[in-house]
Design a protein around this ligand. Sequence first.
Ligand SMILES: [Zn+2]
Length: 145
Amino acid sequence: MTQIITSWYDGQRKVYCVECADSSPEVQAELEKAEDEDQLEISNEPQDALNQTCTACHRQISEVRDEERSYRVKVTITFECEVDVEAGSWVEAKSFVRETLSTIHLGNSKEALELELEENVPMTEAALVDDCFYEIEAAKGIIPD
Ligand SMILES: [Zn+2]
């Protein structure tokens, strides 16, 4: 398996080998931008790499090492929640939410998320949800319609 990474960032077709993609900061920065704009294609088909020369190191892509390695991807997922509460004051409404948040089992959500990631991200070896943090904002009165 030889992997070829193609970027169409800025309307230009550029191909890279996995070594340059993993080790060159300039190539990484370009691939990052291409990824963000969905202008990136990754192929593991040997025929796609035939007669292709890496834009960065000018080697034949089919001659570059081809073993798979393990990578760790860090991601922060934020849930924005709105809880509508009936209370005597905004401060009471906020305290209802705060008190409940300290007692509900957010750990169960961590496990559910780990399972989702492990089952759905291709080739996942392990997924660990490290941290769970929340921030409670000020309560505001809801204007009835
Ligand atoms: Zn290269």
